[in-house]
Design a protein around this ligand. Structure first.
Ligand code: HEM
Length: 517
């Protein structure tokens, strides 16, 4: 989502500029004052009063993002911009003006004004693919009534109570991950390094999410991965890679039938071929069980059985939604785990304290969901990782009506860039913001963050991450099992340069050694 603003900047027309001009006509000004309960009409400042970089004629500040030093470093560019222009500023990208926000109080204000159907700019290339293949899409790409219906059908079985039912199965996937790390590092001689660790973590998150949604293991972490599964894994990697290349001008790529666009479509087709089959099989299975009179009452109902039983979504809508939930959960969780491993290896004293908590609560046994309640330091380490490296460092919203934010008039259809990374690195909220200090999240140790809106790695409101509880559980369980078996140690070349490539990532190779305890 980080590149959304760039992508949409040239993809859409001059609507915002037209609206900004219209604002100065009497009727538009009157309209602008209507929705603002908090700001008296006379105090509303026009959109054009928002501070911001001057930029180039016509292009605005678009070219800044392509400068070599800013590539993959958009989060840092945003940090500098906010230092210069304050907590809210306007930036021109071609014909479009986006508004960047980095302030908990303003985020809270945005949440209050979101309405029934909060809208987030979707990945353009995903939407184009869905349109090409006449698909509805799912939570990631949809809006309005269909989004709401999908969310209501799917969210119940992703809430904390439901997620605790998946812990046992998730633990089994963690066992496979730990084993796989064991033999992969041994194949690298005595280095203790795992080649392309991020790739392995991606496979781990894929396997876990599919297990939860379909009650089936597909073998992503097997020693010999089947050709079919391997192709599926490759197609996902290609889809994300080409999706990143299509972040800007996706429409043009489609029009010109460029190579990234063709590969993007091919990889999506392959993903659908494989995943739709599996999902349909599962729908058939649970439909039969439901027809034979099986009940879905009680808390512990299988994910798909519950979704089918609600009759809120058609078969195709279920398929599209499961695929998008699945895609939403792969890289995000894998990157978070990779950053956590890196930070633990870098901060030995913190790792020692965390291992002490794990040994104390669990010894060598596997964790159950109730154990997690007694592992506040583990949770603090995960929170602190997400604060330092939020996988989605810039979230976004599209305003669905004219409104005021921070006293400024903001026209309908403006993209609000919500700078999660900048807020979680604000020294006024988090002292020593670049340090990894899990203790800041421990009650009674140091000050806990003052506002929940200062730390929003999973977004906020009714449109927030639906997979949050799964993501957190996956990270907790995998970290526990890894640390029950290994020490994470710095390798010789330990530095990484985290970058934003659609998401925040430490890069494919992680300089962390897994040394048997
Ligand atoms: C550490 C891991 C994760 C992070 C940091 C993360 C973060 C986010 C963020 C910031 C959003 C946008 C929220 C908003 O607009 O306010 C989001 C949406 C979403 N995430 Fe996650 N996510 C993670 C893991 C997952 C997992 C494991 C799944 C699936 C099991 C998932 C599925 C989704 C879906 C489907 C949406 C769209 C929700 C909607 O629009 O209704 N995410 N995520």
């Amino acid at each position: 989502m980080s590149d959304i603003a760039l992508r949409r900047a040239l993809g859409q027309g001059a609507r915002v500029l037209r609206q900004t001009r219209a604002m100065f006509t009497t009727s538009a000004t009157e309209e602008a004052t209507a929705p603002t309960a908090s700001t008296p009409a006379t105090d509303i400042k026009p959109f054009t009063d928002l501070p911001g970089p001057k930029g180039w004629p016509i292009l605005g500040s678009f070219p800044d993002y392509f400068k070599k030093e800013n590539q993959g470093q958009m989060h840092e560019l945003m940090r500098r911009r906010h230092r210069q222009f304050g907590k809210i500023f306007r930036e021109q990208f071609g014909p479009r003006h986006n508004v960047a926000v980095a302030d908990p109080a303003l985020l809270e204000e945005i949440l209050r004004k979101e309405g029934k159907y909060p809208s987030r700019p979707p990945y353009e290339s995903w939407v184009l693919y869905n349109t090409l293949r006449n698909r509805q899409g799912g939570l990631m790409t949809s809006d309005k009534e269909y989004w709401r219906r999908s969310r209501s059908a799917l969210a119940t079985k992703l809430r904390p109570k439901a997620v605790s039912d998946y812990v046992e199965g998730m633990n089994q996937v963690c066992v496979d991950l730990v084993d796989r790390i064991g033999y992969l590092k041994d194949e690298k001689g005595g280095t203790h390094l795992v080649p392309r660790l991020l790739n392995e973590l991606n496979k781990f998150t894929m396997e876990t999410i599919l297990y939860i949604m379909l009650n089936k293991r597909i073998g992503c972490l097997d020693r010999e991965v089947s050709e079919k599964v391997n192709n599926f894994i490759q197609s996902i990697a290609t889809m994300f890679l080409t999706g990143h290349q299509l972040m800007v001008y996706a429409n043009l790529h489609k029009l010109l039938r460029t190579r990234p666009w063709k590969e993007h479509v091919q990889s999506w087709d392959k993903i659908y071929d494989f995943a739709a089959d599996l999902i349909n099989q599962r729908i058939d299975e649970v439909s039969k069980e439901l027809e034979s009179g099986e009940t879905v009452e009680g808390e512990h109902v299988d994910f798909m059985k519950y979704v089918v039983s609600t009759h809120q979504l058609s078969r195709n809508e279920i398929v599209d939604n499961i695929i998008e939930i699945f895609m939403g959960g792969i890289d995000t969780t894998a990157n978070s785990l990779a950053f956590l491993f890196y930070l633990l290896a870098k901060n030995e004293h913190i790792q020692t304290k965390l291992i002490a908590e794990i040994d104390n609560v669990l010894g060598k046994r596997q964790p159950g969901s109730s154990d997690l309640q007694n592992m506040s330091y583990l949770k603090a380490c995960v929170k602190e990782t997400l604060r330092l490296f939020p996988p989605i460092p810039m979230n976004a919203r599209t305003t669905t009506e004219d409104m005021t934010i921070g006293g400024y008039f903001i026209p309908k259809d403006t993209i609000l860039m919500l700078n999660v990374y900048v807020m979680s690195h604000d020294e006024n909220i988090f002292p020593d913001p670049d340090e990894f200090r899990p203790d800041r999240w421990m009650r009674g140790e140091e000050e806990v963050a003052p506002s929940p809106f200062s730390f929003v790695p999973f977004g906020f409101g009714t449109r927030s991450c639906v997979g949050r509880r799964i993501a957190e559980s996956q990270i907790y369980l995998a970290t526990i099992q890894i640390l029950q078996r290994y020490w994470l140690k710095k390798s010789d070349k330990f530095d990484i340069k985290p970058s934003v490539r659609t998401q925040f990532t430490p890069g494919p190779e992680l300089p962390v050694m897994f040394v048997e305890r």
